[in-house]
Design a protein. Structure first.
Length: 115
């Protein structure tokens, strides 16, 4: 009886294809801020820096293949470039990037800080 239950449980688990090189290129790195960590803990959302030419579908498929979790939703935003001054003398620029907020299915989690 117990063997049937384990077979059924394995059959229900979603299977994801193997990650490609493009998948690793699409997702550049995670965005680590207080707000993104709060979203990760409370709402099961992960914030990532992605390629400027990536779209929602590409980000979703890449995330599912790399982390082997079910993605519910993807939101994408362009973060604008900011001018800054270091002291009173040196002016600089903080470059802009494309940001994706990925919502993971309930009951699933990932570990961004593997050692």
């Amino acid at each position: 009886m117990a063997a049937k239950k384990t077979v059924e449980a394995k059959a229900k688990a979603p299977s994801f294809s193997k990650a490609t090189v493009r998948d690793y290129e699409v997702i550049v790195k995670p965005v680590i801020t207080e707000k993104s960590m709060s979203l990760m803990q409370n709402e099961n959302k992960v914030t990532l820096k992605v390629l400027p030419d990536a779209n929602k579908t590409e980000v979703k498929l890449a995330f599912e293949r790399i982390f082997q979790v079910k993605v519910i939703d993807v939101k994408i935003a362009n973060v604008k470039t900011k001018l800054t001054t270091r002291g009173t003398r040196y002016q600089g620029k903080i470059s802009g990037y494309k940001k994706a907020v990925v919502t993971i299915a309930e009951g699933e989690a990932i570990d961004l800080f593997k050692e």
